[in-house]
Structures are given as structure tokens and as C-alpha cells.
Design a protein around this ligand. Structure first.
Ligand code: PXP
Length: 250
């Protein structure tokens, strides 16, 4: 790793605390309480996705999160008019534009910025004018990075799901190829002046090689941490992730 690598921010995604709450309706477990514990455990930001079907956070969680935490909120959303209106009303610190399909279990791929370039350029302009840092969630693909750069995004988040899936399924050649693409594309995007984030599917086993890329400034991690918190508690689960990231970056 380059000796010039700076500190790496950890964004904790609390969507799956909300998923658990929504399984019963009502108010428990409270995603705000999870966000406050994440902050105490060393998270640098909180990520939450307001999906069209509201299966994760609900509309009333947005202000509760913004008001109830002392770290920035990274608001994940699809590129729809409804979400743009909501984001402009709340003006979170950062907005991450993700693809969204109703039938998917999680965000399955990156955004096709190259296909929807003009539409996305118009879509993000008011968000940027409102002072939100706009991030685009994409695969480690040179075409998509070039398009994200052209539309004026300040940040890209590289989708680490294919790398993590290959690791989990023991497809080691695929895993190494995916990791190599993430490494090269992080450096390429950074050279264009984009801030590089990464996330999706990261675990204690997969986080270190990605954390070691000096161009990556932020990792966003959710599902694994919320699952792990069932066994060891949320703060220890996050603190261990923080430790692994810092170790990789040292
Ligand atoms: N980054 C983005 C843009 C995402 O959509 C998600 C999943 O909501 C994550 C990071 C976190 O992924 P995971 O929950 O698998 O850690």
C-alpha cells in the first residue's frame, strides 16, 4: 500500500435494523439507536436507503437520523422524482444514487450511468446546487467511471458485491480478478479527480484488501455488521470492523 494513504472513513448502513423493525411494524428496534451506537463505536457516517417500497428506513426516519447523530448521513436513493424531492427537502450531507428494482433483494448491480448520462446529469444538478455531495454507485468499469465524471458527480462508490460473492463461493480466480478491477478502477477514478468510496457485501474476511487501496476514502458496510451484532453486539461488531480497516490502512 502507498505510504500516502490517508485515513479511511467507515460508513455504517443501518437499513437492516429498519428491516427488522418493519417485520413487525411498530418502532423497535430503532434504526436511530443503532446509528447512535455506530457513532460511539467509531463510525464516521451513517448510510440509509429510502427505497420506493419503504422496506428499509421510512420517511420519518430521515429527520430523526439527521437530528439525532453527530456524523454525516449518506442518503441512498434511486434516481426518481419522488426521491429527488425528498432529498431536496432534507438536504442530507451526501446522496448516493443507486439503481433500484422492486423485485431485487438488495442493490444488485451498479448504475448504468453511461446509458442514462443526460438524464442523470439533469437529475443530480439540483442536488449539487442544494449542497449535497453526490455519489454514484457503479461497477468497477472504466466506461461508467468516465460517464460519472462527465455528469459532474464528485464521488463514485464502487460496487464490491461481485468480489465478495466470489470470495464467499470459493471462486478464487474470479475473486482475484474482481479485486484487481476494483484496485485499477479506484486508481483510475482518483486520477480523474473523483473521490472513491466502496461497499456492498463486505465482511471481516473481505474488507482488508479493499481498505488497503490508498485511493479509497470511505467504505459503506451494513448487512454483515447488523448480522454480526446478533452474536457480539452492535458496538463490538463495528469496533472490530474499524480495527481491521485501520490495521489494513496502517
Ligand atoms: N453501498 C451501497 C451503495 C449500497 O446500496 C449498500 C447496500 O444497501 C451498501 C453499500 C452496503 O452493503 P451491505 O449491506 O451488503 O454491506
Amino acid at each position: 500500500m502507498s505510504k500516502f494513504a490517508g485515513p479511511l472513513r467507515l460508513g455504517v448502513n443501518i437499513d437492516h435494523v429498519a428491516t427488522l423493525r418493519n417485520a413487525r411494524g411498530g418502532d423497535i428496534p430503532d434504526p436511530l439507536r443503532a446509528a447512535q451506537l455506530a457513532e460511539r463505536a467509531g463510525a464516521d457516517g451513517i448510510t440509509a436507503h429510502l427505497r420506493e417500497d419503504r422496506r428499509h428506513i421510512r420517511d420519518d426516519d430521515i429527520d430523526r437520523l439527521i437530528d439525532g447523530i453527530g456524523i454525516p448521513l449518506n442518503f441512498e436513493m434511486a434516481a426518481t422524482r419522488e426521491m429527488q424531492t425528498i432529498a431536496l427537502r432534507h438536504k442530507p450531507h451526501a446522496v448516493c444514487i443507486v439503481p433500484e428494482k422492486r423485485e431485487e433483494r438488495t442493490t444488485e448491480g451498479g448504475l448504468d450511468v453511461a446509458r442514462d448520462e443526460n438524464k442523470l446529469a439533469d437529475f443530480i444538478a439540483p442536488l449539487r446546487e442544494a449542497g449535497c455531495r453526490v455519489s454514484i454507485f457503479i461497477a468497477a468499469d472504466e466506461r461508467q467511471i468516465a460517464a460519472a465524471h462527465r455528469i459532474g458527480a464528485e464521488v463514485i462508490e464502487l460496487h464490491t458485491g461481485a468480489y465478495c460473492d466470489a470470495h464467499a463461493e470459493g471462486r478464487l480466480e474470479d475473486r482475484d480478478r474482481e479485486l484487481d478491477a476494483l484496485r485499477k478502477m479506484s486508481a483510475h477514478a482518483h486520477a480523474l479527480g473523483l473521490e472513491v468510496h466502496a461497499g456492498h457485501g463486505l465482511t471481516y474476511e473481505t474488507v482488508k484488501p479493499v481498505a488497503a487501496f490508498p485511493e479509497v476514502m470511505e467504505l459503506n458496510i451494513g448487512h454483515f455488521l447488523i448480522g454480526e451484532s446478533v452474536f457480539r453486539g452492535l458496538e463490538p461488531a463495528i469496533a472490530e470492523m474499524r480495527r481491521l480497516i485501520d490495521e489494513s490502512r496502517a
